[in-house]
Design a protein around this ligand. Structure first.
Ligand code: TXA
Ligand code: MG
Length: 354
């Protein structure tokens, strides 16, 4: 492993990134921070390296990986074309938490990266360590989130260690990630319409300012939780991700008092059954709850805090052996749509309406 890196010691960081870049270039796997979550990187052109990523994560092979680049010149040769809207999205949001699905250039990446699709998801992360590592490796870097499949995504290097120690070739520790939920994945239609395949760090409103032909959500997102949901076009969206080990339910309703009363009633009933209880709630309502493990998502008025804290909170429930988790919901607006998407998955779409 490339070991711990101190961000304030630039000589040490440069040496570690050099070493990590060489591991990637020679077909190894290295976990690294991005502005969203930690990724597990491999040379996207190297099938063996990419297979090692799938194996380390225990990831189904039909779920394609995002390719990370550090400069626009890396896009040449990777994709066959970039249309006007795609170009404007990249200019507006790269580097940043936006993944654009583009037609892949034949032979540019291992077929394992795209899971056999004719498209590839590409993004340029807004994180100095990620950009320097990709540049040092001098290759397109395929990187899914650096968690075991089904676990919450890692927002700290220690989360990566918990899930993947001994299964990968290195971890670059860049401290906590910023956004805390993954990138927004979009696909642009021939008419310039932007379809959000996965909500994430760039909001629909931000996209709409750039995408003049309009922004829509993939039908699978709109009807998530329904019975007859169409197959999502981001293959990863169909798996139960982000699940804590305890059984999680979301309580939703317009009246905060009713929500809080129902959550506390469920917590009390679970405690009565001998369960270890946990609650995931916003600061405004936190004093109302009694549970073994109380996790704050910050203020309901600042959902970037909820995004930043969500995955670490889910992991703490696991660490403390929580078996019954109740969570509040939030408005599906701005970053709230990414937060609710992840909460719903963590809860297996188990929602109590009050
Ligand atoms: O923020 C992020 O995007 C993080 C960091 C590490 O960059 N990465 C990440 O990767 O979340 P992963 O593998 O956990 O999620 C990739 C998502 C999956 O839902 C996958 O199905 C979708 O992107 N995806 C990848 N390539 C695609 C493609 N060609 N077409 C449609 N969806 C695609
Ligand atoms: Mg993931």
């Amino acid at each position: 492993q490339s070991g711990k890196i101190l961000k304030d010691d630039d000589a040490q960081l440069a040496a570690a990134l050099q070493e990590a870049g060489e591991i990637l270039a020679s077909g190894g796997t290295v976990a690294f921070p991005t502005e969203t979550v930690y990724g597990l990187g491999a040379d996207a052109r190297n099938t063996e390296a990419v297979e090692a990523v799938f194996a380390a994560k225990g990831r189904p092979s039909d779920n394609p990986l995002i390719v990370h680049i550090a400069s626009m010149s890396q896009l040449d040769g990777l994709v066959t074309r970039v249309n006007e809207t795609e170009r404007r999205l990249m200019e507006a949001f790269w580097p940043g938490p936006l993944t654009v699905v583009l037609p892949v250039a034949p032979g540019a990446v291992s077929p394992c990266v795209t899971a056999g699709l004719s498209t590839v998801g590409v993004r340029m992360p807004a994180h100095d360590i990620a950009l320097r590592l990709i540049a040092a490796a001098d290759c397109p870097v395929a990187a899914p989130s650096a968690n075991r499949s089904g676990r919450p995504s890692p927002t700290l290097a220690s989360h990566v260690g918990e899930d993947l120690a001994g299964r990968i070739d290195g971890i670059v520790d860049g401290g906590p990630t910023g956004v805390g939920v993954e990138s927004t994945v979009v696909e642009v239609g021939a008419d310039g319409t932007v379809t959000v395949l996965r909500p994430g760090g760039i909001t629909a409103r931000q996209l709409a300012r750039v995408a003049t032909a309009g922004v829509r959500l993939d039908a699978a997102l709109l009807e998530a939780g329904g019975v007859d949901i169409p197959a999502p076009r981001a293959p990863g969206m169909k798996y139960t991700h982000y699940a804590p080990r305890g059984a999680m339910r979301i309580v939703a309703g317009a009246a905060p008092e009713r929500v809080a009363a129902r959550i506390q009633a469920e917590l009390d009933a679970a405690a009565e059954r001998g369960e270890t209880t946990g609650v995931l709630a916003f600061d405004e309502h936190l004093p109302r709850y009694r549970a073994d493990c109380v996790e704050s998502l910050g203020s309901i008025a600042a959902l970037e805090t909820a995004a930043h804290r969500l995955y670490a909170a889910l992991r703490r429930f696991d660490d403390r052996g929580v078996t019954c988790i109740l969570a509040e919901s939030c408005p599906q607006d701005g970053l709230g749509s990414a937060v609710m998407n992840r909460l719903l998955k963590a809860a297996g779409h188990n929602v109590i309406h009050v």
